[in-house]
Design a protein around this ligand. Structure first.
Ligand SMILES: [Zn+2]
Length: 584
């Protein structure tokens, strides 16, 4: 059959009869969803076109959905003007564990998904759960934190991080429903709901609804605990509290930027401790610094609901632990990097000179939450690891990693006297960051690239921690770690820490493209690096590499091998035995 490609062209023109195929429908929760017995969720079916409601059939394990759920279902004939019908039933659950097959049809449209519903053990294993999220935490951040904090000689670390000795460990896959690359919204959402979601989405599936607040929801861990137990809930972050990671503990929106709405969701659920930045979305628009578009004063509302308000480190220290309900807002936006707050004499912290450290927020949160005899769930985020990694500022990211580790040390100390505490430390996604050796200013010449030491020419850096605070006394030592990111916009590589403020690698030109920021151009040895990201990228991006999770305490043994990020939710609800409805 040589030269079979010479078949006459006319053959290709013979019309092919395509059999009438059925139209697919979208069903939420999606295929392969795993759910907790009694966990609340919104059920939604999206047909491809307008259908006749009389023809709609929705069966769950062969039973009509109306038999399974007594809640009112909404048939939407023409959803959002898309000329297509949907069925929505809000706030349902499944009480019996097992495998469920959902079959949907209407005319020539049909679809099937399978769900797995699990029950938690009857006996509660853990009284308290503390979840640490190092946003963007990658292996290189941890290695650099260990080297810079503890030192390393003749190949052996001179000390260990608090995270290093947590007993159990696993890899975590972070991809989202719509993309292999994830952001903090859907990754933290997977931890907090047990369901995968799409980029920028919090506590909802990404459906076709146009209103960002009208997508199918899944109950978050914060809501579940507040609905079914008397436990306390705490949310601590050095980002804005409305930022994706803290928001995911209890909010629902397709658009993580719905920050004013997220504050009202916090208010509805009322976690017992809220500490972080982001006061701009708590303040009415008439107040200087507010970012709200209305006159709601959420600071006042929280105070009226019995919260003690603290606004700086001194107040937190003096009064924080005495509170039963605590709201601490220490910055209008994200709080500042620990390198600027505690080690560099620059202008970064001028606006808010007395911000608490993540360690102090962690300790105070534990003081308040541990008053509850029914236990607590506390989420602590070291958010600025990510915020500094985006602009390729690895030194700030590593100092923020050391601060995370010192906060973990506080939790470990707490667990010594409260052994019924599960401590989990992970990130939500990684960054493309790696350590390759050292940079030695004392090598001859002015060409910084020639001062990069690799293999045997790297030797060891000369950081010192004489005062024993766990941080190198100086970040700008003469022989430093050589750390590089693998993805970046155009920028000037200056081979040195940025002492004035966080690095700003690229700025926008008149065409709206990001080009190297010329303020670094004349720094001796600076070299232009051409970006490898699309020109609309202003900073580095998240990587798809697996996350590492480490844990200690009751339930920690569940972390091993490779896990999906939705499984972290299951470990927590199992440890707290949350699948049995309202606890007495
Ligand atoms: Zn990020």
């Amino acid at each position: 059959m040589k030269a079979s490609w010479l078949v006459p062209v006319t053959f290709a023109l013979v019309p092919v009869v395509i059999p009438a195929t059925a139209f697919a429908v979208n069903i939420y929760p999606i295929d392969r969803a795993t759910m907790l017995t009694g966990g609340k969720f919104d059920f939604k079916v999206e047909f491809d076109k307008q259908v006749d409601p009389a023809q709609v059939s929705i069966k769950i394990n062969g039973k009509s959905y109306q038999q399974v759920w007594s809640q009112k279902s909404d048939f939407i004939k023409d959803e959002d003007g898309l000329n297509a019908s949907s069925v929505v039933i809000k706030n349902v659950d499944i009480a019996t564990p097992g495998d469920y097959k959902v079959e949907v049809s209407a005319g020539d449209e049909n679809g099937t998904v399978s769900w797995s519903v699990y029950q938690t053990p009857k006996k509660r294993q853990a009284k308290n759960v503390i979840l640490f999220i190092g946003d963007g935490l990658s292996v290189a951040h941890r290695t650099a934190a260990r080297v810079m904090s503890k030192g390393i000689t003749e190949g052996k670390a001179n000390g260990r991080l608090a995270i290093d000795d947590l007993t159990n460990m696993a890899f975590i896959g972070t991809s989202s429903t719509d993309s292999i690359a994830a952001d903090s919204a859907n990754t933290m959402s997977a931890y907090m709901t047990g369901h995968k979601s799409g980029v920028n989405a919090l506590g909802v599936y990404v459906s076709r609804a146009k209103d960002s607040l009208n997508h199918p929801k899944q109950e978050t861990l914060g809501e579940l605990i507040k609905r079914t137990t008397n436990m306390s809930v705490g949310v601590v972050s050095d980002a804005e509290l409305e930022d994706a990671t803290p928001a995911a503990v209890l909010s629902h929106t397709r658009r993580r930027a719905d920050k004013a709405e997220i504050v009202s969701m916090f208010y509805d659920i009322k976690p017992d401790v809220l500490l972080g930045g982001g006061s701009a979305y708590f303040l009415p628009e008439t107040t200087l610094g507010s970012k709200r578009k209305d006159n709601q004063n959420y600071i006042e509302r929280f105070q009226k609901a019995g919260y003690l308000l603290v606004t700086n480190a001194n107040e937190l220290k003096k009064q924080g632990s005495s509170a039963d309900k605590l709201l601490g807002l220490f910055h209008t936006g994200n709080m500042d990097d620990v390198l600027d707050r505690r080690f560099l004499k620059n202008d970064v912290t001028k606006k808010f000179p007395d911000q608490p450290d993540l360690t102090e927020m962690t300790q105070t949160a534990l003081d308040v939450l541990s008053k509850n005899q029914d236990g607590f769930f506390l989420m602590v985020e070291s958010a600025l690891i990510d915020k500094a990694s985006h602009p390729l500022d690895w030194e700030r990211a590593v100092y923020n990693t050391i601060m995370l580790d010192q906060s973990v040390a506080i939790a470990k100390k707490f667990a010594e006297t409260h052994p019924d505490t599960l401590i989990i430390v992970t990130g939500d996604h990684t960054h493309g960051i790696s350590i390759i050796g050292t940079i030695d200013d004392d090598k001859p010449g002015n060409d910084m690239r020639e001062k990069v030491g690799v293999y045997e020419t790297a030797g060891y850096p000369n950081y010192q921690d004489k005062n024993g605070d766990g941080y190198p006394d100086r970040v700008d030592v003469s022989k430093r770690l050589a750390v590089f990111f693998n993805n970046f916009p155009d920028h000037y590589e200056i081979f040195r820490p940025k002492l004035d403020a966080r690095f700003v690698p690229a700025i926008q030109n008149e065409k709206g493209e990001y080009i190297a920021n010329a303020i670094y151009k004349d720094i001796p040895g600076a070299v232009l690096r051409s970006g490898n990201l699309p020109r609309k990228s202003d900073t580095g991006v998240h990587s798809v590499d697996d996350m590492i999770v480490q844990a200690s305490g009751p339930g920690a043994e569940r972390f091993h091998g490779y896990m999906d990020n939705t499984e972290l939710f299951r470990v927590i609800v199992d440890a707290l035995s949350l699948g049995h409805g309202k606890q007495e």
